[in-house]
Design a protein around this ligand. Structure first.
Ligand SMILES: [Zn+2]
Ligand SMILES: [Zn+2]
Length: 232
């Protein structure tokens, strides 16, 4: 199935206001995607509305978040069950520094219902590093029933290679997110301990606006989905 497992709703301050639950799911359908995940920065609070809208449109979903570790590395937590994803919020709250969001500077952090009506805002700034290491963050994702994907691993900001210099051997992630197959080759060339088959590779949009949601170009086999997320 064609997928895009990394995109931001209007809850992320850096995303456009147009990234509402209905607009995201509608655009995903128009683009021909079959599986999506919404992954806001350090929050799962938009997921119930997105889940309801996606179910109504017949769109398959994983329930996600993009966590920033104390090393400033971005990690996607991807969950097959909405309840498991929602249970991450109390862990996030326990490790998130409480800094007020400056709406004029960082942008709005809006929570919608399934009718795209505003039902709340997140007062704490979501663009922060959690007080949890990369290993602790991956462990938390796993203990809540999710899969951990190192986000945009070759990016210039907030990637594991930028922040740590390389992808540490022995780190217990489930997948690596790249922007292109050329990036996969670069990861393999520079990491002798990683092979093509030793992990899963994902190409996502990291969309912050509707037009940037992926075209139907990246395909996941059902067997891969089942291996990672079961029969959900
Ligand atoms: Zn990121
Ligand atoms: Zn992102």
């Amino acid at each position: 199935m064609f997928y895009d497992l990394h995109m931001h709703s209007c809850l992320s301050p850096c995303a456009e206001d147009e990234m509402t639950p209905n607009n995201i799911c509608g655009m995903a359908l128009v683009k021909g995607l079959e599986l999506i995940a919404v992954t806001d920065h350090n929050s799962v609070k938009q997921l119930p509305a997105v889940a309801e809208v996606a179910a109504g449109m017949g769109l398959r979903m994983l329930y996600g978040c993009e966590l920033e570790t104390s090393e400033e590395v971005h990690v996607l937590g991807l969950f097959a069950k909405l309840d498991d994803a929602m249970s991450m919020q109390s862990w996030i709250d326990s490790v998130m520094p409480s800094i007020s969001n400056d709406v004029d500077y960082f942008g709005k952090q809006e929570i919608m219902n399934a009718e795209d009506q505003l039902i709340g805002t997140e007062p704490r700034l979501l663009l922060v590093s959690l007080e949890a290491s990369l290993e602790e963050t991956i462990d938390a994702i796993h203990s809540h029933g999710g899969r951990a994907v190192l986000a945009h691993v070759l990016d210039r900001v907030n990637s594991v290679t930028r922040q740590l210099g390389f992808i540490p051997p022995g780190l217990d992630y489930d997948g690596l997110e790249i922007k292109s197959l050329e990036q996969k080759s670069r990861v393999l060339e520079t990491h002798s301990w990683i092979t093509e088959d030793s992990t899963e590779w994902f190409i996502d949009s990291d969309a912050h606006r509707l037009g940037d949601i992926s075209e139907p170009e990246n395909y996941m086999r059902e067997s891969v989905f089942r291996r990672l997320w079961g029969d959900s």
